[in-house]
Write a new protein. Structure first.
Ligand code: PEP
Ligand code: MG
Length: 887
């Protein structure tokens, strides 16, 4: 026979903590606490299976359910010595939802159930407090009326307001017992008027009404939305918890509160919480009265002048503090506890793993491992890698007020405040004068780089998570919000407008690149702390992980950040990003618009020393760690001259007429630059470009060896190849140049030549490619783009509609599509290994820093992941968790 109902109370329980799927989180923990002998008011849990049955059978219950509920209620009556519906000493119950995963506030709750015109008199007589009894009854009618009967909340509010107005009262506390009786009469009239029936007086009918409402609320719109946002399947269902009421509002020896076994914002190992004397649970949350601190330490720290529980109820407090220790040792995690004190007696109403900030999570995990409550592996498992983001950048002070005016994509984490500027030149100019600026643009391009560097933060109105602004900003560690589409930029008037807020150039705004929020004014920030617990946890993670973690870095600043965050090498040095500086972009443009090899070589000769200098600097910072240098891969639209000034600069540098440059630029203009003349196609058409780059790399290796003695073994990567033939041609150039440099310098060079796998064809022909390539690095930005046939720059305009309709669950440019793109990677790895069993395999698309994608990388056995420097710690932790999950 099915068991639909699980009882708890009196030191026993049918259920256990590990039965969350059946009993919901709340029910399972109530059972567990009851088994532990903690003072839990007795009750029972109707299982999530009943919820499933209910929805599978046209909202009917299993036929045995009513018998099971009655039996469980009998047991509660026995334990409490009270009877449900007893006119002289009525048992009252609460009815609450409780799903497998916590869904705070999403479903319904009914308190004080069992009160009616008769039992309320019994309660008044028994407690000797008529005011309390009537107040409880009116709360019940209001809650039940709202939740179960569907009477709109305001109808009850109106009745209460009228009574208060008649008596010139402002506070609920001014109402006497008689006043509450009048309110009750009014409430009952409202129900009758709305439903054409009186308020239900039969406690059993009330109970079934409430149970039905809780099961019904599983499918309400709020709960549906919450489930969708948190990936909770509708099939899980909710349980219903029916529990004997205890009252924190029966006088000054009563109280109710919430406690955390450790501080949820700092993680400090100190009891922490708040409580209210003579109040019901909802009053703490409602924020009408200011709650009091639990402990003396907390009172002193918070500068509160309210008396704390430790002082006003020392014995009950001591009992609660002992329960704190017990629960934490039992659950081996920080607990969030709800309690009530009824006439000096303590009851625990709920316990669950408490929510905490990233900093607190880290401290708690490391401390608990130190205390022997958990081991290091468990500590590593407990931290959400993505949450580390909060710790790596200066972040907005959580206590500060923020006036959000717009939202975009959280493109590059961290917080930044500054004056609004609308051009890169302006950004640079003001920054040189010591101003902090936020660069606001429709989108950015390489000529904005100096401005992006100069800016404290970047805001764009177009573009997704892998748009130019997003990628460059993440690389630089600049906070960036991209694609804030509600914002309209008016360059003529130098304003950005959103709804009716007009932000002028020079006004101060704040960006939160971790949430995508754009705020008016300056919001204060706090600095990250990378030592202590952070360093300890990272060390533990490093011991566990199998995959290496490298960084995508090209500038010295990026490389230093990468080292600081523990990168084990550079997995992608985008050489075209090294040309963004104002003095180089002209030479690069000259190279691009050149019509003859001779012209091009002139520009390349100018670039060679700069490029060599860059590599010397990069290799020196990386101190012999592996560095993967990608040959030039410039999507042309990012590099062609655009403005009059650009044309003039390039014309001057090339010594030709402006018109000629303009003509050449329009000749080179592409309809689909992302699929255009970029990647290795450039080197195939103009091998002298690859030749210059190879020379710069090898000469830098020689120079670094002679300067610092570090042996650098560069990994030269050919981008966007779809055939072995391309690799053969370019590898020949590289090998030839290497030979020349070896000869000239008298040193022998150690290097690899590999390819970036960014096209489906490259995955399918990986066995052939691996004949030439000594390593593969999956460029999943382009691989996603080319697998889906969706432009990485434009996807943000229609992906939300796709996500809204459930066609794609996550943005595939953020989280790797493991079934489609992932299948190609699997094939690529398998075929590559077939030809070259020890082929080195990595990933360097943005997915290399995304925890879910990192799990995928572990599953196909990649050797390393590479991500932007600020994501390195996230990747280290995620790689460790992936290794644990794979065991
Ligand atoms: C990629 O395509 O995944 C990649 C890392 O290269 P880029 O973003 O520079 O095209
Ligand atoms: Mg690419």
């Amino acid at each position: 026979m099915n068991k639909w109902v699980y009882a708890f109370g009196g030191g026993e329980a049918d259920g256990r903590a590990d039965m969350k799927n059946l009993l919901g989180g709340k029910g399972a923990n109530l059972a567990e606490m009851s088994r532990l002998g903690l003072p839990v008011p007795p009750g029972f849990t109707i299982t999530t299976d009943v919820c499933t049955y209910f929805y599978d059978h046209g909202k009917q219950y299993p036929p045995e359910l009513s018998g099971h509920v009655r039996a469980a209620l009998d047991a509660v009556e026995k334990l409490t010595g009270m009877r449900f519906g007893d006119p002289s000493d009525p048992l009252l119950v609460s009815v609450r939802s409780g799903a497998r995963a916590s869904m705070p506030g999403m479903m319904d709750t009914v308190l004080n159930l069992g009160l009616n015109d008769e039992t309320v008199e019994g309660l008044a007589r028994k407690t000797g407090d008529a005011r309390f009894a009537y107040d409880s009854y009116r709360r019940f009618i209001q809650m039940y009326g709202d939740v179960v009967l569907g009477v709109e909340h305001y109808r009850f509010e109106d009745v209460l307001d009228n009574v208060k107005r008649d008596r010139d009262f402002t506070l609920d506390t001014q109402l006497t017992a008689d006043d509450w009786r009048e309110v009750i009469t009014g409430y009952k009239d409202v129900v009758k008027e709305e439903l054409g029936q009186p308020f239900p007086q039969d406690p059993e009918a009330q109970l079934w009404g409430a149970i039905g409402a809780v099961f019904g609320s599983w499918m309400n719109q709020r709960a549906n939305t919450y489930r969708r946002l948190h990936d909770i399947p509708a099939s899980w269902g909710t349980a219903v918890n029916v529990q004997a009421m205890v009252f924190g509002n029966m006088g000054d020896d009563c109280a109710t509160g919430v406690a955390f076994t450790r501080n949820p914002s700092t993680g400090a190992n100190a009891f922490y919480g708040e409580f209210l004397v003579n109040a019901q649970g909802e009053d703490v949350v409602a924020g009408i009265r200011t709650p009091q601190p639990l402990t003396v330490a907390e009172r002193e720290e918070g500068g509160s002048d309210l008396p704390c529980m430790e002082e006003t109820m020392p014995e009950t407090y001591a009992e609660l503090a002992a329960i704190r220790d017990r629960l934490e040792r039992h659950y081996t995690d920080m607990q969030d506890i709800e309690f009530t004190v009824q006439q000096g007696r303590l009851y625990i109403l709920q316990t669950r793993n408490g929510k905490r900030t990233a900093a607190a999570a880290l401290k708690i995990a490391v401390d608990m491992a130190g205390e022997g409550l958990i081991d290091e592996t468990e500590a590593v498992r407990r931290i959400d890698p993505a949450s580390l983001d909060q710790l790596l950048h200066p972040t907005l002070d959580p206590k500060a007020e923020r006036q959000v005016i717009a939202r975009g994509l959280p493109a590059s984490p961290g917080a930044a405040s500054g004056k609004v500027v609308m051009t890169a030149d302006e950004a640079e100019k003001l920054a040189q004068m010591g101003e902090r600026v936020v660069l606001v643009r429709e989108e950015t391009s390489p000529e904005d780089i100096h401005g992006m560097h100069a800016a404290a933060g970047i805001l764009t109105t177009r573009g997704g998570m892998t748009s130019h602004a997003a990628v460059v900003a993440r690389g630089m560690g600049r906070p960036c919000v991209s694609g804030a589409g509600e914002l309209r930029i008016d360059h003529k008037n130098r304003t950005a407008t959103v709804k009716n807020v007009v932000v002028k150039a020079g006004d101060i705004i704040t960006l939160d690149g971790s949430t995508g929020e754009v705020m008016l004014g300056r919001v204060p920030t706090i600095q990250p702390e990378l030592s202590g617990d952070f360093a300890t946890l990272m060390e533990w993670a490093d011991r566990i992980r199998r995959m290496g973690v490298r960084a995508n870095a090209e500038t010295p600043a990026d490389a230093r950040t990468a080292i600081k965050f523990g990168a084990e090498g550079v997995g992608l040095c985008r050489t075209e990003h090294m040309f963004f500086e104002a003095d180089r972009i002209v030479a690069v443009r000259r190279m691009i618009v050149a019509e003859t090899e001779e012209e091009r070589r002139k520009a390349l000769d100018e670039l060679l020393p700069m490029q060599r200098r860059d590599f010397v600097e990069l290799f020196t910072i990386m101190r012999g760690l592996p560095v993967t240098v990608r040959l030039l891969d410039p999507p042309l639209h990012e590099f062609l001259p655009r403005s009059e000034a650009d044309f003039a600069d390039v014309a001057k540098a090339s010594g030709v007429d402006v018109l000629k440059i303009q003509h050449r630029a329009s000749q080179l203009h592409e309809s689909n630059p992302m699929l255009g003349h970029r990647g290795c196609r450039l080197g195939i058409a103009y091998p002298e470009i690859s030749e210059m780059q190879a020379r710069a790399i090898f000469e830098a290796v020689v120079e670094v060896a002679s300067q610092s003695g570090d042996t650098v073994s560069p990994e030269i990567m050919i981008p966007l190849a779809f055939s072995k033939a391309e690799l053969d041609i370019l590898k020949a150039v590289i090998v030839r140049v290497a030979g020349e440099v070896e000869k000239a310098s008298g040193t022998s060079l150690d290097y690899l030549v590999g390819t970036m796998v960014e096209l489906p064809r490259a995955c399918l022909l990986a066995d052939e490619l691996a004949e030439t390539a000594e390593f593969f690095s999956f460029g999943t930005n382009d691989l996603t783009q080319t697998t889906y046939g969706i432009s990485r720059d434009d996807a943000s305009s229609f992906l939300p509609a796709y996500q809204g309709q459930g066609i794609v669950e996550q943005d595939p440019f953020i989280t790797l599509d493991s079934v489609g793109v992932g299948e190609l990677i699997r094939i690529g790895c398998e075929r590559g290994r077939k030809t070259r069993p020890d082929i080195k395999l990595g990933i360097c698309g943005e997915h290399g820093g995304d925890p879910a994608s990192i799990r995928f990388c572990e599953s196909v056995g990649l050797d390393y992941v590479s991500c932007s420097p600020y994501r390195v710690p996230i990747a280290r932790l995620a790689a460790a968790q992936a290794a644990l999950a794979a065991k």
